[in-house]
Write a protein that binds this ligand. Structure first.
Ligand SMILES: Cc1ncc(C[n+]2csc(CCOP(=O)(O)OP(=O)(O)O)c2C)c(N)n1
Length: 251
């Protein structure tokens, strides 16, 4: 019988704890598929964050390290520098990467650390019950912005890919989404490119994945996908913000 569907070997055979409609599971699978396709399971070290994906060490079948909140890029720096032949990736939410971990994120770009950063932008702190994140959209209701995010009070949402693209050590800064099958395929290509960049020692690759959090947004999984399309993509346009391998060096 033809096999039409298989769990990637780089994912463990365990149930994930994510809420219905949460897209963390899709992104886990894409990272695992890339690890399988490149045949690097035994050479990969993941660094998982504090946030909903805190248990990623139970899900990925490669070596995993747990970092303190926001510090995954710093931990990954140490792992990569001491094990330059390993593939090292971080997997981080927007509270983790763009709030408490902003400094670590910016400086791995400035230093051009040869690592992959997978950045899950769901415009909210998921694990702690839905507080405002740096990526929360203007007007978005959260636990800490019950009348909607007000720019006078809380500033404007940070566009991480655009910011990271300004740093000289960034090799790839690309924003993708997991709302449709074509976008999911695009996301996988971006993740593959990021890992290939690491193989070629090109520097930091960051892939920002627009994701959903139906539970904390108070939406059904389908309405959450619709919100991603109608509200997130207009503010966070998909695309390649920097790619040093593209013609002209920096698209
Ligand atoms: C030093 C520290 N500060 C605060 C917390 C509480 N905390 C746990 S998860 C989290 C936010 C996670 O949100 P995000 O990174 O967006 O990931 P998500 O849960 O949405 O995937 C916070 C503030 C903590 N665990 N440690």
């Amino acid at each position: 019988m033809a096999v039409v569907f298989e769990r990637p070997k780089a994912l463990c055979d365990v149930p994930l704890h994510y809420c219905p409609g949460c897209t963390h599971g899709i992104v886990h699978r894409l990272v695992a598929e890339v690890i399988d396709e490149m045949g690097i399971e035994g050479e990969t070290v993941g660094v998982c964050p504090v946030g909903c994906s805190v248990f990623a060490y139970d899900y990925f079948n490669c070596d995993m390290i747990e970092a303190p909140h926001g510090r995954a890029p710093a931990v990954a720096t140490g792992v990569k520098r001491s094990n330059p032949d390993k593939f090292v990736f971080t997997y981080q939410g927007d509270g983790d990467l763009a709030a408490i971990g902003t400094a670590e994120t910016v400086h791995v770009g400035a230093r051009g650390e040869n690592i992959v950063v997978i950045f899950i932008n769901n415009t909210i702190y998921g694990m702690t019950g839905g507080q405002m994140a740096p990526t929360t959209l203007i007007g978005q209701v959260t636990q800490t912005t019950p009348f909607g995010r007000d720019s006078q009070l809380a500033g404007n949402p940070i566009r991480v890919c655009e910011m990271m693209a300004t740093l000289s050590g960034t090799a790839l800064a690309q924003r993708v989404a997991v709302d449709t099958v074509p976008h999911i395929r695009e996301t996988k290509k971006a993740i593959r490119k990021a890992f290939e960049n690491q193989k070629e020692k090109r520097g930091l690759s960051i892939v920002e994945v627009l994701s959903t959090c139906p539970t904390n947004w108070g939406l059904s999984p389908i309405d959450a996908i619709k919100r991603l399309q109608d509200e997130m993509i207009p503010y966070y346009p998909l695309g390649v913000y920097k790619d040093i391998t593209a013609e002209g060096g920096n698209k």
